[in-house]
Design a protein around this ligand. Structure first.
Ligand SMILES: [Zn+2]
Length: 80
């Protein structure tokens, strides 16, 4: 079990990654902060391998940008 894990915060609208933080023992404090940020931003929290994280496209592509830091919750799916 030497697989490196990472926490990912995915946009609930387009499921692209907005936050990725490697879950390493020496990063415990910043990992905790990043996970708190993911939850605060209402993102979808995933605990996945770095390899899996590489397969997730980065950056939200929702029609409505998260300009003000607000993440739309499933609201933008029907936008043109
Ligand atoms: Zn999005």
């Amino acid at each position: 079990m030497s697989e490196v894990m990472t926490y990912a915060g995915l946009c609930p609208g387009c499921e692209r990654a907005l936050i990725l933080t490697v879950d390493a023992p020496d990063r415990r404090e910043s990992v905790a902060e990043d996970v708190a940020e993911i939850i605060r931003a209402s993102l979808v929290l995933r605990h996945i391998t770095v390899e899996e994280a590489r397969g997730i496209p980065f950056g939200c592509r929702c029609p409505k940008a998260h300009a003000d830091g607000q993440v739309p919750l499933f609201a933008e799916e029907t936008a043109p």
